[in-house]
Design a binder for this molecule. Structure first.
Ligand code: GRG
Length: 289
């Protein structure tokens, strides 16, 4: 599994370095690249590859879409670490972008990573019909904005130190984390034109996002800063609304195990073609960083 992920990391990093090398040489390139590379597990890209292989898609196209996703993801991490949000000094084992550069630079580098994601998806060299590209761009915009990552982050911050129920926590986490995973499950459906699988993969994507968020919360609770590459044991201190704070650790683990079974059940229709995907789901649940 780690070998497969390393292979994907290498492919995406190479694509992104080359892409950035071709950009106009501006002052923001350095902080953008700092927040983007190296580092990062590239789990979202792995999911894109896994679903891409279910639909037998060309890996070159998947790499380009994955590069766009990693730019959005890096943007969200840079902004998440800002003093006005989670105020963190460490990310991916190094100083956060605003600590390394400055707050305003981190905001602008983040904004530029957001827009470059759409630049990548609208490139001529992404060999898809214009109609498919527009669909991808539309879905990625929807997944990142007020009804997706940004909206989820808003809820996450406004729920601090307030008791929230399960429905509210799940809604916040599906937006904050699930929507980008959902995009990774749906992009290959759009690219392949096999739209009859849209709803099934949207559901799977949201659930994988939830699973990922639960494992992230467990790492925060039990993990070491040195291993995680970011400060752990923060959620409790900040009064974050998580499933762990509501249900307790044991029940949250049970919830996650159930979620995994649901995902596996929904993948059954794809038979052996979903083997890599299932491996990734197990990895998400068992990861320690
Ligand atoms: C609209 C994109 C966008 C951002 C603005 C700041 C913000 C709003 C959203 C924050 C979203 C956020 C940080 C969600 C948490 C998701 C999560 C568990 C991130 C950790 O992902 P990993 O572990 O990170 O995959 P690596 O470093 O491995 O890439």
């Amino acid at each position: 599994m780690q070998k497969k992920i390393n292979n994907i990391v290498h492919k995406i990093n190479t694509y992104l370095y080359r892409y950035f090398f071709k950009q106009k040489k501006t002052e923001l390139i350095k902080p953008m690249l700092y927040g983007l590379l190296p580092g990062g597990k590239k789990v979202r890209s792995k999911i894109l590859f896994d679903v891409g292989s279910i639909f037998n898609l060309d890996k070159k196209k998947i790499i380009q879409v994955a590069a766009a996703v990693e730019c959005i993801h890096a943007y969200s991490l840079i902004h998440d670490d800002l003093p006005c949000m989670d105020n963190d000094n460490l990310r991916r084992g190094k100083l956060t972008t605003h600590k390394k550069f400055s707050e305003s630079t981190a905001i602008l580098a983040g904004n530029s990573l957001l827009t470059i994601a759409f630049q990548i998806l609208s490139e001529k060299r992404l060999n898809l019909s214009d109609q498919k590209k527009i669909k991808l761009i539309n879905l990625l915009a929807e997944s990142s904005g007020h009804a997706g990552i940004a909206g989820g982050q808003f809820l996450d911050l406004s729920y601090e130190k307030i008791k929230k129920n399960k429905k509210q926590i799940l809604d916040m986490q599906i937006k904050k984390t699930g929507k980008l995973f959902s995009f990774c499950c749906l992009a290959p459906v759009i690219m392949s034109g096999q739209t009859k699988y849209f709803n099934r993969l949207m559901k799977i994507g949201n659930e994988i996002g939830l699973l990922f968020q639960i494992s992230d919360d467990l790492i925060d609770l039990r993990g070491k800063t040195s291993k995680a590459g970011k400060k752990t044991k923060k959620d409790l201190k900040m009064g974050k609304a998580t499933l762990i704070s509501l249900l307790g650790t044991d029940n949250t683990i049970k919830y996650a195990e159930n979620l995994k079974l649901k995902i596996f059940k929904n993948l059954r229709i794809f038979g052996n073609r979903s083997r890599d995907f299932k491996e990734t789901v197990n990895y998400i649940l068992e990861r320690t960083k």
